[in-house]
Each structure stands twice: as structure tokens, then as C-alpha cells.
Design a protein around this ligand. Structure first.
Ligand code: CAA
Length: 259
């Protein structure tokens, strides 16, 4: 169905792999377009509650935007590519499902930026992160200057972007870029296990929590707290709230649905 993506679905989880292994899953415009289209169709699916994003092949998550496409691109074409990536990555960041990046190798440039647009990053021991753009005479253009600074702080983001240093999975974990580091062979199992724990919780409550965090981070504390209070109130309208609290009081496991 897709030329540059693989999509597998099982038990409420979609496994979405960027599939250009010959170029270490470099993101060209066609891949970005397919990613955006695929996310558009997933984000309205009630039966899919967690999306795991990874890279096909043994070596790379995504080695960046496609340099062979960009080398002769004009300023207008460069901007158009960034806007297309922004649309796809922002969709990933804001979709109601939980998104987990399974970082199975190189996550450089646009690859690091794709991982950062996911809610959670689980890294294989072999993962390598970095923003090498300034070494190519450009700057991170798929959200790196914005999301890296928000994730690891301004000072560390500037250091990584200005030096183009590559960091390993342990260092990514130490600075808060990766949530967890696991053995390469265990990567997808770990992601599925985390997805399983998420699937057992109230999915509507999770989507409200995600929206509160995402919108709240873009505003001042008072506005964020106001939004949280509204969403907290909204969650009181659900069967899940009644069931979750009743189950607690009756000392039995809760049977949560999706509302
Ligand atoms: N774009 C296009 N092709 C790429 C690519 C990329 N980002 N990364 C790797 N490839 C291609 C290579 O050209 C090579 O193709 P050929 O076999 O046809 O020669 C193939 O993938 C395998 O790569 P290498 O032979 O280089 O593999 P390696 O193991 O020696 O090195 C690597 C791996 C360190 C990841 C190296 O490939 C590399 O440095 N890649 C580029 C990383 C990079 O600079 N990314 C940032 C791109 S700019 C960007 O992302 C802008 C933005 O903000 C969105």
C-alpha cells in the first residue's frame, strides 16, 4: 500500500516502519508525504491506541532528511520540505494515540527529529543520536531547534546542534532524550510491553492527558492549569472514570473501555 513505509497492526498497536533501508531510511519528500497520509488515517482509528515508529533494516532508525534530494533544492523547495515534515511530525505529536519511537540505530538529523516528535523514545544500545545539519551548511529543519531544546534544555540543545556531536544511547538517556535503553534484540518487545501497560489504562483519559501536556507546554502555567482543569472535568463524564473508581473501592481490577 505504501512505497516507503511498512504498517503492521496487532492488538491495538500499529507498528510503522520507515522503509528506505538502502539509504538508511533517509526521509525524502515522498516518504514524508506517505508518513503524513498514514498518520492521518491512523489518528481517527478507535481500534489503534499505540503507534510504534521504527526504521526498517538492522542499522538505522532514520539517518536524516535525504541529502541527495536536498543537494540541488532551492530555498523555496527546502522550506516546502520542512513544512511537509512539520505537518507530519506535528500530527504525530498531537494525535490522540500514544506514540513510541523504537530507536533501533542511527537517529540523525531528521531521524532524531522524528523520534522527538513521538511521546516516548526507547533506544536500543546501538542507537546513535545527533543533529549533524550545521556540518552540511544547514540547520535542523524538521523541528530540531524547537523540540530538542524543549526536551533536553537550551544549553544541551545548542551544544549538540553547534558541534554536530553524535551521542550514544546511554548519553541520550542521561540527558533525557531517551526514556530507556534496552538490548537491541529486546527493543520491539520492550516497546510492545510498554504499549501493553498503556493499553490497560483509560485511553480517553490518556488522550486528554497528552493534549493537556502538549498544549500546556506551548503556553504559560496558568493557562496550562486551566486547560488541565477543563480536561480533568471532562474525564468525569466517562464510563472509565466511574468504572476505574468503583473498581478501586470494590478492590477489584478495573475494566476500562475507551470512554
Ligand atoms: N540522505 C541520503 N542518503 C543517505 C543518508 C541521508 N541522510 N544517510 C545515509 N545515506 C545513504 C548513503 O549515501 C549510502 O548510500 P550509497 O550506499 O548509495 O552510497 C547509504 O545510505 C549507506 O550509508 P553509508 O555508506 O554512509 O553508511 P555508514 O555506515 O558508513 O554511515 C552514517 C552511516 C553515519 C549514518 C552516514 O550514512 C551519515 O552520516 N549519514 C548522513 C547523516 C546526516 O547528515 N543526517 C542529516 C541529514 S540533514 C537533515 O536531516 C536536515 C533536517 O533537519 C531535516
Amino acid at each position: 500500500m505504501y512505497e516507503h513505509l511498512l504498517l503492521q497492526e496487532e492488538g491495538g498497536i500499529a507498528l510503522l516502519s520507515i522503509n528506505n533501508p538502502k539509504s538508511l531510511n533517509a526521509l525524502n519528500s515522498a516518504t514524508l508525504q506517505e508518513l503524513n497520509d498514514c498518520l492521518k488515517s491512523l489518528q481517527v482509528r478507535k481500534d489503534i491506541r499505540v503507534v510504534i515508529v521504527t526504521g526498517a533494516g538492522p542499522k538505522a532508525f532514520v539517518a536524516g532528511a535525504d541529502i541527495s534530494e536536498m543537494v540541488n533544492a532551492t530555498p523555496a523547495e527546502g522550506r516546502a520540505m520542512a513544512l511537509l515534515a512539520d505537518e507530519a511530525f506535528s500530527r504525530l505529536e498531537k494525535m490522540p494515540q500514544v506514540t513510541i519511537a523504537a530507536v533501533n540505530g542511527y537517529a540523525l538529523g531528521g531521524g532524531c527529529e522524528l523520534a522527538m516528535a513521538c511521546d516516548i523514545r526507547i533506544a536500543a544500545e546501538s542507537a546513535v543520536f545527533g543533529q549533524p545539519e550545521c556540518g552540511l551548511g544547514i540547520l535542523p529543519g524538521f523541528g530540531g531547534t524547537q523540540r530538542l531544546a524543549r526536551l533536553v534544555g537550551k544549553g544541551r540543545a545548542k551544544e549538540l546542534i553547534f558541534t554536530c556531536d553524535r551521542i550514544d544511547a546511554q548519553e541520550a538517556y542521561r540527558i533525557g532524550l531517551a526514556n530507556k535503553v534496552v538490548a537491541k534484540d529486546a527493543l520491539l518487545d520492550e516497546c510492545r510491553a510498554m504499549a501493553g501497560r498503556i493499553l490497560s489504562k483509560g485511553s480517553y483519559a490518556i488522550s486528554l492527558a497528552k493534549a493537556s501536556i502538549e498544549s500546556g507546554m506551548d503556553t504559560d502555567l496558568a493557562s496550562g492549569l486551566g486547560l488541565e482543569a477543563t480536561n480533568f472535568g471532562l474525564s468525569f463524564a466517562t464510563h472509565d472514570k466511574k468504572e476505574g473508581m468503583t473498581a478501586f473501592l470494590e478492590k477489584r481490577p478495573a475494566d476500562l473501555t475507551d470512554f
